[in-house]
Design a binder for this molecule. Sequence first.
Ligand SMILES: Cc1ncc(COP(=O)(O)O)c(C=O)c1O
Length: 360
Amino acid sequence: MSRPTQFTIDLQALCENARTLKRLAGPRSTMAVVKADAYGHGAVPCAKALAPLVDAFAVAIGEEAIALREAGINLPILVLQGPHSRQEAQVMSSAGLWPAISSERQIDWLEQSGVQFERVWMKCDTGMHRLGFMPHEIASARSRLTTHSANDIVLMSHFADAETPDSRLTERQLTRWHEVSDASSSGSFSNSAATTGQIATRENWIRLGYSLYGGSLVALPEKFSLKPVMQFESRIASVRWIDVGESIGYGGRWVARRRSRIATIPVGYGDGYPRAARDGTPIGTQEGIVLLAGKVSMDMITADITDLPVLNFGSPVTLWGNSPSIDEVAGHCDSIGYELCTRITQRAPRRFHHVTSDRH
Ligand SMILES: Cc1ncc(COP(=O)(O)O)c(C=O)c1O
């Protein structure tokens, strides 16, 4: 088939990002978060590329961990939601996974099934208030886990607002973290934003997701510059002139204020390009940026290319990647890049650029 729309996944860039972030991590161990199919980038190829560079992987749910094991990933895998039943606790133990435990109910399942884990992560709720033990519950949960189910415990928590400088919420979370964590035992708090923002905390593990794929919720200093791993690309499939006052696409949202040259690109929300994208969302071409004009359809988008007459049938376009970045596009869609890459669909092929072995 020859529709020119595709995702290119640059595994070399993924590994370069991992190296850059490891420099920031210093002596802390690095966990690569590859949940939700590695944020849409392909969990198995990404995990295989990252395996020589990281200390462990994290996924959200048991099924994601089992799929990695079946694909031959042997590094430790943390399951961030832990088991959802007693039976799942058994499966996780048999597969040698690390469960994150965040409720007494989950500890009950571990005890009832009599399973033993080499390591269990215990989640503390320092302020996100979704999952985890409250600080005053930590001691008793730890004692139950070490008595019955785990040889080793890593205390973990999760930042709710690490990307906001001087966040009061971050300050509050850190205060609680320092009350419950202990310099002599293992801990993990930082996500991507806490790592790139260099939020100082007591921990010996960091958990990196979005930054590995080259995205960031905030502008990063040059020295930490990360490379986009995903390029979402297509080519112009049709070009037409429309007169002043004519509109484009569903609902006629964009109306020509001048005689305009319009390009149609064969990509739409059926591929994961967000329907929420507003007029003016940037689209990259080799000659510069052009702007989305008209509502996103399931299979097509349209752009005003009047100012770049060299663009024509077959000209390549970048929906997101090097330019514009996924974070810039997300800013025009009331979303974040995390959602955009996670919601790409299976329709357009993902092509992987593999790591050349001398760079490992
Ligand atoms: C518990 C936990 N840790 C780490 C991460 C990684 O976060 P990020 O992708 O911002 O690095 C996530 C992502 O949602 C998470 O839920």
